[in-house]
Design a binder for this molecule. Structure first.
Ligand code: FEO
Length: 394
């Protein structure tokens, strides 16, 4: 529970969810998260931008009470996902005169997911404005960060952009204002890698819209407020670019240490080639760390045993996730230890159907790696080194 006055007529209502450890039953949250809403009090009207997660609706209403707000005219919904919209029905119940202000797509999703009745909406279009009295809201569409309906609300007089998930971070902290600390950089990168990465092609256009506005502050709906907007804008530009690093992301699983032997050999040979390596043992890996490494790595290598005629289920799972995240990785290799057969590499390649780079090698060996397998692994390391050098990464 936290309320913070940001400036005259602007309050942050920051629902701190310190203990949350998983989002979408998928994404690890090592630092918890926050759901940020903003109350803007004009001379005539009051607007609330976003709310809180359904789970925290009661707490959210208590926070609103502490500000002493008696009337809310507008509830601006920048994004229909329930971690921001979940408390809208409770706010509507309490503030009966309020209307939900959003674009048509978002209104449809709010009707679908929260059963908010049609008559409660004021539907806006791109560049529409609402005058609160000395404070003007303007709406711009920033689709696919990360749902199709996402919008940004601008507060013109104060040069503030309320961007919801866009530029957010899963970081529970009472340091509500942040000018770009390393802690925020890492949390925002993790967030981008997990949530935004699949939409890399559309993100630059949305960044441009925000940058053109020239915000003095960016107020997302997760994590700290950016008091140095250029910090997060530049970080997003880099993550959304095609730039990759001299890095191999080596994902492996090994049941009886045969695949692991190959991985240990390969990591040393890559180091010998001047290539940086990040190795993740999939049974204990943090999905967010892997997603972040996928933003940087020029090469991905997946090493797995064959189980029941295909790749180990963990290798299948992480290949599926990599495919969904549409990484900018340029090179791919598969390393496989099998017992008596199977179609491991073929299955992984089929799952990774979004990969448009080059498959540089598929190494398959029976049981423990033999001399021929070690030769192939050494050759793979050499090829990776050559590719990275040719790309000017080393
Ligand atoms: Fe934070 Fe897409 O919701």
């Amino acid at each position: 529970m936290a309320v913070k006055k940001i400036k005259e007529g602007l309050y942050l209502i920051n629902t701190l969810h310190w203990e949350r450890r998983l989002f979408d039953e998928l994404i690890p949250l090592p630092d918890g998260t926050t759901y940020n809403a903003y109350l803007i009090i004009g001379e005539h009207k009051t607007a609330l931008i976003d709310t809180s997660d359904t789970l925290k609706a009661e707490e959210f209403l208590r926070d609103l009470d502490t500000i002493g707000v008696k009337k809310i005219d507008y509830i601006v919904s920048n994004h229909a996902e329930q971690d921001h919209s979940g408390a809208i029905p409770s706010v509507l119940e309490k503030f009966k005169e309020a209307v939900v202000v959003t674009n048509e797509k978002c209104a449809e999703l709010l009707k679908t997911h929260l059963q908010i009745p049609s008559q409660k909406f004021l539907v806006i279009k791109e560049n529409d404005t609402i005058d609160l009295g000395g404070k003007t809201l303007k709406f711009i569409m920033t689709p696919w960060v990360h749902w199709p309906e996402t919008q940004t609300t601008l507060l013109l007089e104060d040069k503030i952009a309320f961007t919801c998930d866009f530029f957010g971070s899963h970081l529970a902290t009472t340091e509500f204002l942040n000018d770009g600390t390393p802690e925020l950089y890492n949390a925002a990168k993790r967030y981008y890698a997990e949530i935004m990465a699949p939409f890399r092609n559309i993100i630059p256009k949305n960044i441009e819209k925000i940058e053109d506005f020239g915000p003095e502050m960016i107020c997302p709906s997760h994590g700290p407020i950016h008091t140095n907007p250029q910090f997060i804008i530049d970080a997003y530009k880099e993550w959304a670019s095609t730039k990759v690093e001299n890095l191999v992301l080596l994902l492996y699983v090994s049941m009886h240490h045969s695949t692991e032997r190959a991985v240990r050999f390969l990591e040393q040979k890559l180091i010998d080639e001047g290539v940086n390596v990040k190795v993740f043992g999939l049974p204990v890996a943090d999905t967010g760390e892997i997603a972040m490494a996928l933003l940087d790595a020029a090469t991905l290598i997946i090493a797995t045993p064959t189980v029941l005629a295909s790749a180990h289920p963990l290798a299948i799972y992480y290949t599926y996730l990599a495919n969904a995240l549409r990484p900018k990785t340029k090179y791919l290799a598969i390393v496989n230890s099998y017992g008596w057969g199977g179609k491991t590499a073929e299955d992984l390649k089929n799952i990774f159907s979004n990969f448009k780079g080059e498959i540089i090698d598929e190494i398959s060996f029976k049981g423990l790696p033999d001399e021929k397998a070690y030769e192939s692994l050494q050759k793979l390391a050499k090829t990776v080194g050559e590719k990275h050098r040719a790309d000017g990464l080393i």
